[in-house]
Design a protein around this ligand. Structure first.
Ligand code: ACO
Ligand code: ZN
Length: 281
């Protein structure tokens, strides 16, 4: 299995240059063999082409006319934009993004078949262009109701709420599709922390408003979070009792408040009125 091969391989690229950042990598990524003998790779921050030498990148930057990811801008709020890239229409970009992402993702298989995926790239925009902050990928058709395959916030941007923004965005897309969704498993430690934080805050807010008089099914309909994930989150918070063969939510306001205080920051909000998108057919 490809996945296990990648597990055991040693880190090959030590650092990358991307836009104004030099970033230390975390894991092995299967770049074509000719790139494996250089400690550092230089990425064009817009088309994500990568090069072995700084001079090559400088030459590339003079002729690369992209100032944002390819594809459609589907969300803009202040300086934040989201672009949707179809892996079939922008194959090289999709592959480059996967190579880059694998440097920070441990137990994920790299998808060579980018045709089957959509990529949602989050950017901070200024007068020089739209700079990638992070992304998530999503299968065009998922049998397992996955609404997100891989998620990454680039290290210089981590721990600022972008991860929760991307997670929230993936559920907003699911709501527009009229489906529930769940992230592909396994989750990394940081992935699980981020999801648990997101689920906890969303669910506690609703429980507080409804004073607990709400079922797991109703919570799932409102949030597009899969019922299993809701149950697991509420069980983890010890808000579930099992009575006469049924799961019952027991939402004592004092206990909810205590959990809410511990739940950390809410992350950056997704303003749905600024999302212009129709589901993939
Ligand atoms: N230490 C402890 N807790 C953390 C850390 C950390 N280093 N990073 C994130 N968290 C937790 C916190 O609870 C945080 O909320 P808080 O800041 O309110 O306490 C929460 O996760 C989310 O923080 P964000 O700032 O919204 O998330 P971030 O932008 O850092 O992105 C992400 C999270 C995408 C998981 C990022 O850590 C990352 O890219 N990691 C590497 C790739 C990865 O592991 N991706 C998930 C794989 S699983 C999958 O793809 C389905
Ligand atoms: Zn370029």
């Amino acid at each position: 299995l490809r996945e296990h091969e990648e597990f055991t391989k040693v880190k090959n690229i030590a650092t990358i240059e991307l836009g104004r950042y030099e970033i230390e990598t975390w894991y092995f990524s299967p770049f074509p063999p000719e790139y494996n003998d250089c400690g550092k790779l230089f990425f064009c921050e817009f088309c994500l082409n990568f090069m072995k030498r700084k001079e090559q990148l400088q030459r590339h930057m003079r002729k690369c006319d992209l100032k944002h990811p390819p594809g459609d801008e589907i969300y803009r709020n202040g300086t934040l934009s989201m672009f949707e890239i179809d892996g079939k229409k922008n194959k090289v970009y999709g592959q480059n993004l996967c190579y880059l992402a694998k440097l920070f993702l441990d137990h994920k298989t790299l998808y060579y078949d980018v045709d089957l995926f959509l990529f949602y790239v989050l950017c901070e925009c200024d007068d020089r262009g739209c700079h990638m902050v992070g992304y998530f990928s999503k299968e065009k058709h998922s049998e397992e109701s996955y609404n997100l395959a891989c998620i990454l916030t680039l290290p210089p941007y981590q721990r600022k709420g972008y991860g929760k923004f991307l997670i929230a965005f993936s559920y907003e897309l699911s709501k527009k599709e009229g489906k529930v969704g769940t992230p592909e498993r396994p989750l990394s430690d940081l992935g699980l922390l981020s999801y648990r934080g997101y689920w906890t805050r969303i669910l506690l807010d609703i429980l507080k408003k409804h004073k607990g008089n709400i079922s797991i099914k109703e919570l799932s309909d409102m949030t597009a979070i899969k019922a299993e994930d809701i149950l697991a989150t509420l069980q983890n918070l010890e808000l579930i009792q099992y009575r006469k063969g049924q799961h019952v939510i027991c939402a004592d306001p004092k206990i909810l408040d205590r959990h809410l205080k511990a739940a950390g920051r809410g992350g950056l909000e997704v303003d749905v009125s600024k999302l212009i998108w129709t589901p993939y057919k």
